[in-house]
Write a protein that binds this ligand. Structure first.
Ligand SMILES: Cc1cc2nc3c(=O)[nH]c(=O)nc-3n(C[C@H](O)[C@H](O)[C@H](O)COP(=O)(O)OP(=O)(O)OC[C@H]3O[C@@H](n4cnc5c(N)ncnc54)[C@H](O)[C@@H]3O)c2cc1C
Length: 229
């Protein structure tokens, strides 16, 4: 394997793990960098609701992304189950959306994308969801799906092992602190390790925060002199 991977993915939440999975599947060598345990931040806490969508009829990039996710999740789930034996719990069980007067555009988006929905009477909404408080207008979305996030993340992490044989590298515990671009590779700096290079970088580190402990400065809190990236 060459010294530098084709792609370094910074941040191993659901976004980074999924990107790394598909990049490795496409035959690229991938290194995953995370400052902590893979998939244990926002992705672990998520409820796993996968709203329906249609990428071909979506009007905004975000709606298109939602549509692609909804469309490809069943196939990805089956693929991960095949590779790892882990059932991520993906089910298309439907959902009830409660809309307020401010959400008038939501129904319009559903219509534009051809998403199936049914307006429920308050009595029907209470019958279907007896434990919930019924506020606003209730709509049944039969195409809404759900996945068990911790299981899905375990499957994505587990799927890296067979992929490693074909080029993806072991994930490293490494906070990324900054950047330095130098031909032929861009490098990512780390307050705890030497800078590493890669052909390309995919930044998927979730909410933007400054690196701890060095907060992106050239001197880390341990007092060691570091190069400013
Ligand atoms: C309570 C809750 C419920 C939710 N429910 C849903 C839902 O039902 N449906 C839905 O679609 N979305 C839901 N979300 C949103 C969804 O969980 C997030 O949008 C998604 O998990 C973001 O994934 P991520 O990979 O971008 O971020 P994260 O999961 O936060 O992953 C970022 C990773 O980057 C690493 N990192 C950060 N900084 C650095 C650094 N400097 N160097 C190296 N690594 C770094 C972190 O350690 C982490 O592992 C929910 C979120 C919450 C909190």
């Amino acid at each position: 394997m060459p010294e530098h991977p084709d792609v370094a993915v910074i941040g191993g939440g659901i976004i980074g793990l999924t990107a790394a999975y598909f990049l490795a599947r496409a035959g690229l060598s991938v290194e995953l960098l995370d400052r902590g345990d893979l998939g244990r931040e926002a992705s672990w806490a998520g409820a796993g609701i996968i709203p329906p969508g249609d990428p071909d009829r979506a009007r905004s990039p975000a709606d298109k992304l939602r549509g692609i996710g909804a469309e490809r999740f069943p196939e990805l789930s089956a693929e991960l189950r095949e590779l790892t034996g882990i059932d991520n719990g993906y089910r298309r069980g439907g959902a009830i959306e409660f809309l307020s007067a401010d959400d008038a555009d939501v129904v319009e988006v559903w219509r534009t994308e051809g998403i199936a929905f049914e307006r429920l009477s308050p009595a029907d909404a209470r019958r279907l969801e007896p434990l919930g408080a019924v506020e606003g207008d209730a709509y049944l979305l039969p195409g809404c799906a759900q996945v068990r996030n911790p299981r899905h993340l375990r499957a994505l992490v587990g799927a890296r092992t067979p992929r490693r044989r074909r080029g993806s590298r072991k994930a490293r515990a490494s906070p990324a602190c900054g950047w330095r671009t130098a031909e032929p590779f861009a490098r990512v700096g780390s307050c705890s390790r030497r800078a590493r290079g890669a052909g390309r970088f995919c930044v998927s580190s979730g909410r933007r925060r400054r690196c701890s402990p060095c907060a992106g400065r050239s001197r880390c809190s341990a007092g060691r002199r570091r190069r400013a990236y």
